[in-house]
Design a protein around this ligand. Structure first.
Ligand code: 13P
Length: 250
């Protein structure tokens, strides 16, 4: 059985007061024991208060990024040890916004993943094609390349700490979702790649989330697909009612 996971990526939204308000609403809305594993990823400044507010709940708090070095002269950066020291052991890596706006290459991401694993953290590894790639029928190859660069050098034993998040760039924040069929087709491709490159056990046990304009009105259909194990939610995760409805969409 693979874990069903719904994770909210709050991106660069909400100051402390707004974060506390959202957390209060989330705690009111959320059932005590949701069927899915629930995660939220606030900004760095809101990580600790979020962790404190949710520590008596099953909700896991994740960081949105992390530096690949253990420590040192990297002004403005955050290390794995810093995250762990406040109780955060899950990190999103490879989000398309990091790749596109902050030049995070496959090589850098492979280092970040390695550092996270060495620190016994769980990684939500994001990848996905741009519209041009899909139009030119390069989406399957592009996804293979991103997985190969970031993850396929990992030993099999590291994969228990990896969650995959397929996020087609053209569907992020655009209101245009991949159809459930498009999501299933890609997720199946990803599972086949895992089977070929890492092994059947990992392919069968790794959760693959879909991300890109998941909303309460489309989550059920997408999550019902065989190889879709949940979602990584942007915009809709900033609204407690919508997010909880998505959490309950299995
Ligand atoms: P949206 O749900 O706003 O499209 O964002 C998806 C995403 O980027 C989650 O990481």
């Amino acid at each position: 059985m693979r874990d069903k996971i719904v994770a909210g990526n709050w991106k660069m939204n909400n100051d402390l007061a707004e974060t506390e308000e959202l957390l209060g609403k989330l705690k009111l809305q959320m059932v005590k024991e949701p069927e899915a594993t629930v995660m939220v990823a606030p900004s760095f400044t809101n990580l600790y208060p979020t962790f404190q507010a949710l520590k008596d709940t099953p909700v896991i708090v994740a960081a949105q990024n992390m530096h690949e070095s253990e420590s040192g002269a990297f002004t403005g950066e955050i290390s794995a040890a810093m995250l762990k020291s406040i109780g955060v052991t899950t990190v999103i890596l490879g989000h398309s916004e990091r790749r596109a706006y902050f030049n995070e290459t496959g090589e850098i991401l492979a280092k970040k993943v390695k550092t996270a694993i060495e620190n016994e953290m769980t990684v939500i590894f994001c990848f996905g094609e741009e519209l041009e790639d899909r139009k030119n029928n390069r989406h399957f190859d592009l996804v293979e390349k991103q997985l190969k660069e970031g993850l396929f050098d990992l030993p099999q034993s590291s994969w228990k700490n990896i969650i995959l998040a397929y996020e087609p760039v053209w569907a992020i924040g655009t209101g245009e979702t991949a159809s459930p069929e498009q999501a299933q087709e890609m997720h199946k491709h990803i599972r086949n790649l895992l089977n070929k490159n890492v092994g059947k056990e990992v392919a069968d046990s790794t959760s693959i989330l879909y991300g890109g304009s998941v909303k309460p009105n489309n989550a059920k259909e997408i999550f019902a697909k065989k190889d879709v194990d949940g979602g990584l939610i942007g915009g809709a995760s900033l609204n407690a009612v919508d997010f909880v409805e998505i959490v309950n969409s299995f």
